[in-house]
Design a protein around this ligand. Structure first.
Ligand SMILES: N[C@@H](CCC(=O)N[C@@H](CS)C(=O)NCC(=O)O)C(=O)O
Length: 125
């Protein structure tokens, strides 16, 4: 079972590498705004989780440098996720706005949030 899971994980990572979306052409201001926004968000993930791959691909498509923590191997990150979000389930996006911290589960919700939050950046000229 472990071997099959490992092989499936490798396949997922190969498919991710082969289907990486091209980053958008952002001007310097847009790039700077994307970097500033990226400081508010951290992805808690498992490297070979297909739902996490979906989120990583969406962030690449936006040109968003999304910092990620591995909640499988990094025990400190795992604890942060469990204590902050309430459960070990990935992907989970930690969103920090000022003092307010929100933990968002569900890949579709995370992608919708990232798309919506970066729309003012991608649509600015
Ligand atoms: N519907 C969720 C599915 C996420 C999911 O099933 N993640 C798995 C890893 S691929 C997980 O965290 N499993 C641990 C658990 O459910 O306890 C999404 O789209 O984000």
């Amino acid at each position: 079972m472990g071997v099959i899971r490992w092989i499936l994980g490798r396949i997922i990572l190969v498919v991710e590498a082969l289907t990486k979306p091209k980053p958008p052409k952002l001007n310097a201001d847009q790039h700077q705004a994307m970097v500033a926004f990226s400081k508010q968000v951290t992805l808690y993930q498992f490297q070979a989780c297909p739902f996490c791959v979906k989120v990583r691909q969406a962030s690449r498509k936006l040109g968003l440098p999304l910092a990620a923590k591995d909640a499988k191997r990094d025990m400190a990150a795992r604890r942060e996720l469990e204590q902050g979000g309430g459960k070990i389930k990935v992907p989970c996006l930690r969103i920090q706005q000022g003092d307010k911290v929100q933990w968002m589960y569900e890949s579709d919700d995370i992608i919708a949030y990232l798309n919506q939050a970066t729309t003012p950046i991608t649509q600015a000229d």
